[in-house]
Design a protein around this ligand. Sequence first.
Ligand code: NAD
Length: 493
Amino acid sequence: MTLSTSSANRKPVFVLVGGTGDLALRMLWPSLAMLDQDGFLDKDLRIISVAREAVDRPAFVERVRAAVQKRIGADLEATTLDQFLPRLSHIALDASDPQWGAKLKAELGEVEALNVVYFLSVSPSLFKPICEHLESAGLSKAPNRVIIEKPLGRDLASSKVINDSVAHAFDEARTFRIDHYLGKETVQNLLALRFANTVFEPLWNAQSIDHVQVTVSETVGTGDRLGYYDDYGALRDMVQNHLLQLVCLLAMEPPSNFNADALRDEKVKVLRSLKPITADTVRDVTARGQYGPGFAEGKQVAGYEAEKGSPSNTETYVAIKAEIANWRWAGTPFYLRTGKTLPSRTTEVVIQFRPVPHSIFGSAAQPNRLVIRLQPDEDIKLTVMNKAPGLSADGMQLQPLDLSLSLQSAFDGNGDKPPRRRIAYERLILDALNGNNAAFVRRDEVEAAWAWVDGISAAWAEAYPKPQIYPAGTNGPMSAYMLLDRDHRVWND
Ligand code: NAD
């Protein structure tokens, strides 16, 4: 979707529903303020916060000021908030109020002259009533758009219910589903790396790549999200969205152009090519774990069940051997893993190339490896084999050489300050304001991802009902290591 000229002439408004919530304070207000600092917000943009709490404007503005200062720290320039805060207003509206739409309309003013983006930073159970209010008050017509975020259901059926309730008010082109991983610099760089170079793409297939690993590890436990988490688990909370989105970008065919639908057409084909996991295969191709008592983040951890206070089969760790059944990837598994209370907080993709077909250096020639790191730092590193410098009585010696392809190294050495590491939501909010939905997830992608994940859930229920306990602070259950060991491979720890 791109904005038409007529919508560009309307006055822009950003409505943040749930403006007093945790996500808004930690991520969204700081993102908006930094977009303003960098000159990306229209000078006329008004920002309206809507939430249940009644807070007067001075108190609300103070809350936002404190939240932005806390998040941005030294990168916040002295004048930014003087420019940003006057844009803000706050109204207290409960979604159960039948007058919700009329009251917001009164705050907005002449709707036909506006171009409104609504960010629903509230529980998905409120999407339906809020979209109904917007529709019945005439606030959801084009060019107005809506941004929503996970959890978009806990399975295919419930995700359809949510998508249907939003679709009633906003057509698909005006529905912006956030997966905040898609706003990260390094994730966007995957597209540049793959499709703006000729050196990688000819090798980007099963002939040259032995396997791919995608790891998202967290050091934290479930904390105060346990109530929510127990109903979801790692598969639904992380794999269905973030990990599968990374798989899509890694595995998709080159799109014919850079528009949103061309990109998303290719992503959805990857999701539909994922080989189903059934009760017959699930114990061989997945590992389920739950953290038990241990020691993580320097603290004693009682274990998931003890924290919950009752028995639970919810997994806090999952590893999956995912296979993409198409010509490009047949024979090259994508190993996915994610878990809580692990020793490090890391998000990383490893592209493990195959060994040279015939080594004149014996086993010293290690296969090439491309490591794309998103967390804790953003970096892209290619390991190539190199002659060890100097003389050796034993003939030529080899050593692996890491070539860093990161922006940071591009700036090192020439005195320039590297660009500030942006919050992923900055890019996504900017794209939504500009009507560009390429970095947002289309409905068919969400549903194809759920269809595959539902197959795993059903297979677990039948053949693998209990997760294996791993001590908090360790690298997950033994079954995750067995998963790769069976294929004579190891995780990149
Ligand atoms: P929160 O509970 O901290 O805030 C919720 C907001 O919704 C508050 O502003 C509250 O006033 C408003 N609200 C609640 N009930 C309402 C009602 N009946 N009528 C009107 N407003 C109401 O939640 P959060 O952590 O900010 O999360 C918001 C959404 O984003 C949730 O769906 C969550 O799953 C999702 N999310 C949160 C995070 C995060 O880091 N917090 C990350 C990803 C996704």
